[in-house]
Design a protein around this ligand. Structure first.
Ligand code: NAI
Ligand code: MG
Length: 500
């Protein structure tokens, strides 16, 4: 029997929000798709239809881009001071914070993640992210340049890029919207945002707060729809100046090609197959617990998931039982159940994808140390048990490819010098971690690992101030921190003839 899901515990505003057919936000107005088409989102814990939203396409994107262009060139946004932009971002953070419970419930219903996690992690991180970029709005500065041309005074202006298209994924729906919007708005851009088709609800709810926060119409437009239609329309649109994308490496490559037609700027935050390295001298209890958290957080649907766990062979037999114990203790169930620690995967496609990897691992000869399929007693919903593969070989698909589910490959290693090379043996380079008490070994590994983030004796540490992004085919451009200002500004050099 499926545990009873406390649907009755939803706050009335959430019940109302999902019951009404949603509209999308273009030029400050809530509108249907031009085609009148809609699509439905599904609650991954129950497989039932959750809500109906407009299926935006080319024409809707075009309207949104025109609204964003007007807002950028001639609207009140243009005349707002940096301080006023900062205050709007801060107000948006306050408005979201006051509705933490409502947003957390929407994330759980749409994405499947435990409500306890959405409450404690996703929504507070969103709030903090907007506050952080509220502060940056007044600190985007140019420079004066000591040019060697007599009689010239030369300075730079750091100006917004213009109309920005932002295409976001479903794993952290509201947080990914915040990562994209915060820096873009702090720098004075206008936006056409496309949430993932699996999880559009929290972004639409955020849209309802923009006016009260003080963002003029057209500054943020939210077009719901599919990737191949609405998403592609954004990336080819001649009047979109930049595209920021988070999602699969495959679609990242398509976006780069599509953006080439109009030479848009592109920033891509893509997949990963991050190495998590446990040296024999580590605190093995924290390393084992950290290894479990590295792969199971968000059900493994994290671009930075620690999916290749390298364990020094001397301690392999001490770490593995702990990892397996953690894996088996995790309470898998519907996100609304307060006891749940891991919810369902986001969609039937994702369940199929992950199940395909489980089958492929077994077929190629990997051993299932724990998990490997659907948890007992959960007959509805897109659930997968926390899974550990052992006896893997580098050429297996489960070792080489991003699974994006709660599946880790445990790999013993003998040579501490060689493990970093093995860790780097991937086309990806998003994150990596090392566990050791030896500071020299730790920092040396951090230098040698080809990844945009390296964690030492921790995993999944994030902060609005700390840049995040990929090496190699995990993408390029850094979100968060001061680094994100680079994505959303361009430099203008001004020469002034002041006389000899
Ligand atoms: P996806 O890359 O297809 O979707 C991400 C976003 O891109 C969505 O908003 C989607 O509508 C949009 N999109 C898709 N095709 C597009 C196109 N041709 N032009 C413009 N936009 C487009 O990811 P999907 O199919 O949901 O998941 C597939 C795999 O991608 C996952 O198994 C995982 O490996 C990876 N992924 C990585 C994420 C990350 O955080 N880096 C997030 C989501 C998925
Ligand atoms: Mg896709």
């Amino acid at each position: 029997m499926q545990p009873a899901v406390a649907e009755s515990s939803l706050t009335p505003s959430v019940t109302e929000f999902i019951a009404a057919r949603r509209k999308m936000l273009i030029d400050g107005k809530w509108v249907e798709a031009a085609s009148g088409k809609t699509f439905t989102t599904v609650n991954p814990a129950t497989e039932e239809v959750l809500a109906e939203v407009p299926a935006g396409d080319k024409e809707d994107v075009d309207r949104a881009v025109r609204a964003a262009r007007r807002a950028f060139e001639s609207g009140p946004w243009r005349r707002m001071t940096a301080s006023e932009r900062g205050r709007a971002l801060w107000k948006l953070a306050d408005l979201i914070e006051a509705r933490t419970e409502e947003f957390a419930q929407l994330e759980t219903l749409d994405n499947g993640k435990p409500l306890t996690v959405a409450r404690a992690a996703d929504i507070p991180l969103v709030v903090d992210h907007f506050r952080y970029y509220a502060g940056w709005a007044t600190k985007v500065e140019g420079e004066t340049i000591p040019v060697s041309v007599p009689g010239m005074f030369t300075y730079t202006l750091r100006e917004p890029v213009g109309v920005v298209g932002q295409i976001i994924p479903w794993n952290f729906p509201l947080l990914m919207a915040a990562w994209k919007l915060g820096a873009a708005l702090a720098c004075g851009n206008t936006v056409v945002l496309k949430p993932a088709e699996q999880t559009p609800l929290s972004a639409l709810r955020l849209g309802e707060l923009l006016d009260e926060a003080g963002f003029p119409p057209g500054v943020v437009n939210i077009v719901t729809g599919f990737g191949e239609t609405a998403g592609a329309a954004i990336t080819v649109h001649p009047d979109v100046d930049k595209v920021a994308f988070t999602g699969s490496t495959e679609v990242g490559k398509t976006i780069m090609q599509q953006a080439a037609g109009t030479l848009k700027r592109v920033s891509l935050e893509l997949g990963g197959k991050s190495p998590n390295i446990v040296f024999a001298d580590a605190d093995l209890d924290s390393a084992a617990e950290g290894a479990a958290a590295a792969i199971y957080f968000n059900h493994g649907q994290c671009c930075c998931a620690g999916s290749r766990l390298f364990i020094e062979d001397k301690v392999y037999d001490r770490v593995m039982p702990k990892l397996i114990e953690y894996s088996e203790q995790i309470q898998v169930g519907p996100g609304l159940d307060p006891k749940t620690q891991m919810g369902p995967l986001v969609s039937s496609e994702q369940l199929e994808r992950v199940s395909g990897y489980l089958a492929s691992g077994k077929k190629e000869g990997a051993k299932v140390a724990t998990g490997g399929g659907r948890p007992k007693g959960l007959d509805r919903g897109y659930f997968v048990s926390p899974t550990v593969f052992t006896d893997v070989k580098p050429e297996m698909k489960v070792v080489g490819e991003e699974i994006f589910g709660p599946v880790v490959c445990a790999i013993p290693f003998r040579d501490p010098e060689d493990v970093v090379r093995a860790g780097n043996e991937t086309t990806y380079g998003l994150a990596a971690a090392v566990w050791t008490r030896d500071i020299q070994k730790a920092h040396r590994a951090a230098q040698l690992l080809k990844a945009g983030t390296v964690w030492i004796n921790c995993y999944n540490a994030f902060d609005a101030s700390a840049p995040f992004g990929g090496y190699k085919q995990s993408g390029f451009g850094r979100e968060m921190g001061k680094a994100a200002l680079e994505l959303y500004t361009q430099i203008k050099t001004v020469w002034v003839n002041v006389g000899a």
